[in-house]
Design a protein around this ligand. Structure first.
Ligand code: ADP
Ligand code: MG
Length: 318
């Protein structure tokens, strides 16, 4: 199968998903064209997944399609942006039709679910690598960022933390228990918090998505904002499944394992007071922003040593 047949068969259908009015020219020309309303900013981000690094060799292609777009869309959620479209740069060792059908299926489901239409891409031969650029829009000047946290703000996270990281120990489990199936689901099928991100606009002082682990990602907020924080580890939202499969280690997963794609957001006490119930219900307060730089953990046997936080591709310490 040639490159153009491959694109037509597997990827063109994703260009026809609804919600694409802003994409005035999609797949088939030298560039795609996205129309940006005059009162909006374009918010965009690219994410790459490399076989053997971001997903295991031989990983299910349908899960890969979903996860790759979920991870990219999660960055839009963190900024409070409205998803619009994405491009796909796909490098494949061979054009295996069964693999392509599975990958396109996972990607297509994610694309419909997140409201991101495929607007173009690039297809090349080489080791398996998936790069996705996502585009969103937001009212001019309103995007959430990492740099707005101020002393006195409260620190919140969405959902539960640590599940996806715990799943890594069970990827080859032949007959997973219900608890193991739950954490595996959190790894294979993450849900970027797009609606939550949008509803945080106007309330959050800073926001980030948790892709590398809470300590690492909250650390990015603290550095970008020039502040510190105390987090009460006993308040971390941990799923019953994580507690069952990891026992006394569960909090460590909640603090430092990645791939959950939940949001970490800071909110001033004044904004929190007037936040709608429906927003409050989705967040758990875990700590407070302080003038003193660094991250202090209450109620944890584990200490955060210096900057040894999260995953850094080119070293141990970021
Ligand atoms: P060019 O050589 O001008 O860069 P290509 O031949 O690479 O264009 O691609 C032709 C068209 O197919 C372009 O519109 C491009 O966006 C689209 N395309 C290529 N690969 C993919 C892909 N994996 N998914 C979606 N669209 C793709
Ligand atoms: Mg061209």
């Amino acid at each position: 199968m040639g490159e153009f047949d491959l694109i037509r068969r597997y990827f063109q259908p994703l260009a026809e998903h609804k919600g694409s009015e802003a994409v005035v020219l999609g797949i088939g020309d030298d560039c795609a064209i996205q129309r940006i309303p005059a009162d909006q900013d374009l918010v965009f981000s690219i994410d790459t997944m490399v076989e053997g690094i971001h997903f295991p060799k031989g990983y299910c292609p349908e899960y890969l399609g979903w996860r790759a777009l979920a991870a990219a869309a999660s960055d839009l959620a963190a900024m409070g942006a409205d998803p619009v479209c994405f491009t796909l740069a796909l490098t494949l060792p061979v054009a295996d039709e069964q693999w392509l059908a599975g990958f396109a299926m996972g990607l297509s489901r994610a694309s419909e679910c997140f409201g991101l239409v495929l607007a173009g891409g690039d297809t090349t031969r080489g080791p398996l690598v998936v790069s996705l650029q996502v585009h969103g829009t937001i009212k001019r000047g309103e995007a959430l960022s990492r740099s707005g946290a101020r002393a006195g703000d409260l620190v919140f996270v969405s959902g539960t933390l640590g599940d996806a990281g715990a799943a890594l120990d069970f990827l080859d489990e032949p007959e997973p228990s219900d608890d193991i199936a739950f954490v595996l689901g959190r790894y294979h099928h993450p849900s970027p918090r797009l609606d939550l991100g949008k509803s945080l606009v106007g309330f959050g002082s800073s926001c980030i998505d948790i892709s590398d682990g809470l300590i690492a990602d909250l650390g990015h907020i603290l550095r970008a904002s020039g502040v510190g924080a105390t987090v009460d580890v006993t308040k971390l939202p941990l799923s019953p499944a994580l507690c069952n499969v990891k026992g006394s280690e569960a909090a460590r997963y909640g603090l430092s394992s990645g791939d959950d794609y939940e949001l970490c957001v800071t909110v001033s006490p004044e904004c929190w007071k007037v936040a709608p119930e429906q927003l409050k219900e989705q967040l758990t307060m875990i700590g407070t922003i302080e003038h003193d730089q660094g991250l202090r953990l209450l109620g944890s046997p584990h200490s955060v040593e210096g900057d040894a936080l999260g995953f850094d591709h080119f070293g141990g310490v970021s």
